[in-house]
Design a protein around this ligand. Structure first.
Ligand code: ZN
Length: 126
């Protein structure tokens, strides 16, 4: 895709070669719930990938299935409450589901971290 494709559109701010969405919070809620996320261009946002960041947050890249415009959404790093929940579950040998996605999405090991593959966020160290 060449440059200059990404014009300024309502509901989105240009950033690098992906756009940011103004309703990130609402979309994240839908994302955690496994619901379809509506694109500002009509159609839906299809997840292309998750890039975990050094700071503990992650960048999720989505593409609109109608306009092929790419968007990125910052997935915030684990809060103290979320990390404690996972740590407690780990100590009790309990259910290690993602605190945001729920028990159906299990945390998996990536190096010393316990990471949700859907959020790209590390919630605990092992
Ligand atoms: Zn998750």
């Amino acid at each position: 895709m060449g440059s200059g494709v990404f014009g300024r559109r309502p509901g989105a701010r240009a950033l690098g070669n992906a756009l940011q969405l103004d309703n990130e919070k609402q979309l994240l809620k839908q994302y955690y719930a496994g619901q379809q996320m509506e694109s500002p261009n009509g159609g839906f946002l299809i997840r292309l990938g998750i890039r975990p960041q050094d700071a503990g947050n992650a960048i999720a890249i989505f593409e609109c299935n109608v306009s092929w415009i790419r968007y990125e959404i910052t997935i915030p790093k684990g809060t103290r409450t979320e990390r404690k929940k996972v740590k407690d579950a780990l100590a009790e040998d309990g259910d290690l589901g993602c605190p945001r996605h729920g028990p159906s999405v299990r945390l998996s090991r990536a190096g010393r971290n316990l990471v949700c593959r859907e959020c790209g966020v590390a919630y605990a160290k092992v």
